[in-house]
Write a protein that binds this ligand. Structure first.
Ligand code: ADP
Ligand code: MG
Length: 585
């Protein structure tokens, strides 16, 4: 099993981390059960650091010590004002503190050290910004195995990589501080970005500000005259009301003692709020039209529409985008978790953890070897969990045989020829009488799905090993379905053929033996007994000619029973003679 690789959405407003566990991608929650962590860092006066919700909670009192939206500054020359806002840190260092906190959380959740990560960036990030993100990851102690585009991650989380060649996906991402629309096209199994358009100064924060300013106005105040700390309280309440209005049609905006004396309270309806934010929604739509025209596409040439980013939960946003594209959006994933989930899926594909569940967990088809008469002898049945091993002892069927051929087969059919041959091993052995050589054959599938065939000459202890890579488990779904379907369809004829083959093998062994026994023991038998045996023998020969499986099986059975007493008598006789010989010596 390869190293675990985590997936990280390092967002402007929020970040999240996930991992593939038992084949399922899942985000890792903090000790409070929250999967989403605000991308906020508080730097205390004596070097302490707090990240996430804890950092945000300090904002109303120590606003200047809390850094948010650092992603906007990644990989850029900073203005003096921007530099000062970072309090002597670089954007990479602050991002590294966020990534370090995510690492701590994931290691605590999983109870083991983690080193490898896939980190997402917006499709419009240039090389400098991508490299800065990678360096931030390394500063935090991650080996960054891939920088992944956010819209690609979003599409992966919805399983849109299954859509097929040339499919086009529009990803509308309205987060906390940024907006972008990307059009992807599936080419040779990977998503290519056909076009991306956006506004790095447009997001949920703007909507909070719009609502806060409205309320401040209704409270009879001048927005400009509200002090910094008070302004943060209005904004925090505005965000709460905004989010509530995504679920309800009405919510009360309440600011008790906003100036220490007076309180403010007002009911806000979803309809009102929708109207107030309309200009911002319209701006996102014009970006969508630009992205479409850049890609030279009409909105009806898009095969799937995905909405991500927390702000896409707002009903008026959703309906506006759906009407522009003339289709409903897939809402099966949480919009604010989709990117982290997609990064996690990509990480799982790179590490092999995703494929593990889908293909390598159980054997899709039975594995066995060909035995006498061309029969399939199943050693590991279909749907056995891997790793697993199974073996059987075989013997030579022919006198003075010098080698045995082991054909490794896969499939559900009774006859070897109807199954797939995975490989052949020839095991040489010292010529021996029929049934004297002993060959042990063992099939072993390891956790990576690699099949190893071990064939041992039990007498000499010499092993032959054949390794069959992946084919034992790496079988396409269609061929498994076809094989299983065929085995059901041919169940009766296959079974008849197996019965006939087994009975024929028995008959071929029995007939010469009966011949010999009759010669040796005729004197001990009554005429009636001889008649019974000869009738039974004739019936076996007749059934062999008729190729009638069930009557052959029955005839062989009768012949076996008819000669039982005679065979026992002959054995007894032989032993007596041997004893006599010994006594006379
Ligand atoms: P980013 O990608 O910018 O890091 P997210 O995708 O997590 O951020 O989006 C964060 C934004 O989504 C914030 O502005 C937040 O207020 C907004 N948001 C989250 N939930 C809702 C909701 N239920 N209704 C409206 N807006 C929401
Ligand atoms: Mg985001």
């Amino acid at each position: 099993m390869n190293d675990i690789i985590v997936g990280i959405d390092l967002g402007t407003t929020n970040s999240a981390i996930g991992v593939v566990d038992s084949g399922f991608p899942m985000l890792l929650a903090d000790d409070g059960g929250k999967r989403i962590m605000p991308s906020a860092v508080w730097y205390g006066p004596s070097g302490e650091i707090e990240v996430g919700h804890k950092a945000l909670r300090r904002r109303p009192i120590e606003g200047s010590r809390v850094i948010t939206s650092v992603k906007r500054l990644m990989g850029r020359e900073l203005s003096v004002e921007e530099s000062e806002s970072l309090g002597g840190k670089t954007a990479e260092q602050v991002s590294a503190d966020i990534l370090r906190e995510l690492k701590r959380r994931a290691e605590w959740r999983l109870g083991k050290a983690l080193t490898k990560a896939v980190i997402t960036v917006p499709a419009y990030f240039h090389d400098g910004q991508r490299n800065a993100t990678k360096r931030a990851g390394e500063l935090a102690g991650w080996e960054v195995v891939r920088i992944l585009n956010e819209p690609t991650a979003a599409a992966l989380s919805y399983g849109l990589d299954q859509l097929g060649e040339r499919s086009r996906v529009a990803v509308y991402d309205l987060g906390g501080g940024t907006f972008d629309l990307s059009i992807l096209e599936m080419q040779d199994g990977v998503f290519q970005v056909l076009s991306t358009h956006g506004d790095t100064q447009l997001g949920g924060d703007d909507l909070d500000r719009v609502l806060a300013e409205k309320m401040i106005g209704l409270a009879g105040l001048e927005a400009a005259s509200v002090g910094h700390d008070a302004w943060i309280r209005w904004r925090v309440e505005a965000e709460r009301v905004k989010c509530a209005l995504s679920e309800r049609a009405l919510e009360t905006f309440a600011m008790p003692f906003f100036d220490g004396v007076n309180s403010f309270s007002r009911e806000v309806t979803r309809v009102e709020f929708s109207e107030w934010i309309q200009p911002w929604v319209a701006r996102t739509l014009s970006c969508c039209r630009r992205a479409l025209s850049d890609a030279r596409l009409e909105s009806n040439e898009i095969d799937a529409l995905v909405l991500v980013g927390g702000s896409s939960r707002i009903p008026v946003v959703r309906t506006a985008v759906e009407s522009l594209f003339g289709r409903v959006a897939d809402l099966s994933q949480h919009p604010d978790e989709a990117i982290a989930l997609g990064a996690t899926i990509q990480a799982g594909v790179i590490s092999g953890a995703m494929k593990h569940l889908v293909l390598l967990d159980v054997t899709p088809l039975s594995l066995g070897i060909e035995t006498l008469g061309g029969l399939m002898n199943v050693l590991i049945p279909r749907n056995t969990t891997i790793p697993c091993k199974a073996g059987e002892l075989f013997t030579n069927a022919v006198h003075e045989q010098k080698a045995m051929r082991v054909r490794v087969l896969q499939g559900e059919r009774e006859m070897a020829r109807d199954n797939w041959e995975l490989g052949i091993v020839d095991i040489p052995f010292k010529p021996a009488a029929k049934g004297q050589a002993r060959i042990g054959v063992q099939l072993h599938i390891d956790e990576n799905g690699i099949l190893e065939v071990l064939a041992r000459d039990v007498k000499t202890g010499i092993d032959q090993i054949l390794t069959i890579r992946s084919s034992a488990v790496d079988v396409s779904d269609e061929s498994v379905e076809k094989m299983v379907g065929d085995s059901v369809e041919h169940a009766f004829s296959d079974m008849a053929e197996r019965i006939f083959t087994e009975a024929k093998l028995k008959a071929e062994e029995l007939l010469p033996a009966v011949e010999q026994a009759l010669e040796l023991g005729r004197q001990w038998l009554s005429a009636k007994e001889i008649k019974t045996i000869e009738t039974a023998r004739a019936e076996v020969c007749q059934a062999l000619l008729e190729k009638e499986p069930n009557s052959l099986k029955a005839a062989v059975q009768r012949l076996d029973t008819a000669t039982e007493a005679l065979a026992a008598k002959i054995v007894q006789q032989a032993m007596d003679e041997a004893l006599d010989r010994q006594l006379s010596l």
